[in-house]
Design a protein around this ligand. Sequence first.
Ligand code: NAD
Length: 347
Amino acid sequence: MSVFTHPSYDGHERVVFGHDAETGLRAIIAIHNTALGPAVGGCRMWPYESDDAALEDALRLARGMTYKSALAGLPFGGGKSVIIGDSRTQKTPELMHAMGRLVDEVGGRYLVAEDVGTTVADMDIIATETKYVTGTSKSGGNPSPYTARGVFQGIRAAVEYKLRRNDGLDGIDVAIQGLGSVGYDLARRLHEAGARLHVADLNTEALNRAADEFGATRVDTHDIHAIDVDIFAPCALGGAINDRTIGDIHAQIIAGSANNQLAERRHGAELAARGILYAPDYVTNAGGIIELAYSPDFGRRHDEQAIRKHIDGLYDTLLEIFARADKANAATNEIANQMAEERFMAA
Ligand code: NAD
């Protein structure tokens, strides 16, 4: 396993490998870029099949955070940490204490937050070892409604740009894949704006609730991407747009909260070639991290009005991405990357 010649290595500033013999902690902290501020990113605990797979994830996710924060206009760089292990069977308070000490040793170039396999309670433990942590129980609440607000703005921007409609979402058909914390809140916002909803989830209770509350039509999870709607909103897992699904998509717009919606980068160009407007995921789903930035962890107070204004700014960022993509005859995901690079490289 090499770092500097690793395919996912992209000039990362620091890659720290940590081991704690007493607790069995094996972790990697990857800091991609701190030009705009300290690297902020979650700590993922996952039973990686190899050290290389863990490194790959840390490098890739850290880089993604640099781009996300830069385009969200946040004073953060990009970083991520991974703990190798199964969070259901191998996570102990002692392990999280050891992780906290490792984060502390990095000295504030990286601030840790929760991610897949870690929780707010874990961040509370980490906070007893280091001040370089965010998303503890003292930091604020659930980011999902803020993420949903941003996705709603993304959908509005895409509708204005692609459907040439700036009179709201009345009568627009939206297919939502995943009615979890973000998807359900998004459904509520869209329903209130007059959109017609088509929803799929493995959880039938959420489905039934959305049908009752919003008059949503239930759709099979295998078909949700393919139905004839204006907008497809992936709000479940990553990779919704892949070689198998892309040819079946009828929507003119894709905008949702899921991370890594494109199975591969090239799928962005394929969507563009098919005339489908893709709102890049990491721009559209930045509402949660924007809210996090307004917390005492960063010396600020939770200012609801300022947070909403900042999140609503995603609308203009997306309109700019769409217009630049058209002008350059390029895919929106490529233009978003370029715009993020302009910001953190200028800094
Ligand atoms: P969640 O776990 O609350 O919800 C996910 C939902 O998707 C669940 O209801 C699950 O049953 C459903 N689901 C899983 N597989 C499915 C399938 N094949 N078809 C249909 N539904 C399926 O997660 P969340 O917090 O709502 O996040 C949703 C997505 O948005 C994730 O990709 C997450 O990484 C991303 N995201 C979330 C936030 C946030 O603030 N929560 C911020 C940024 C990105």
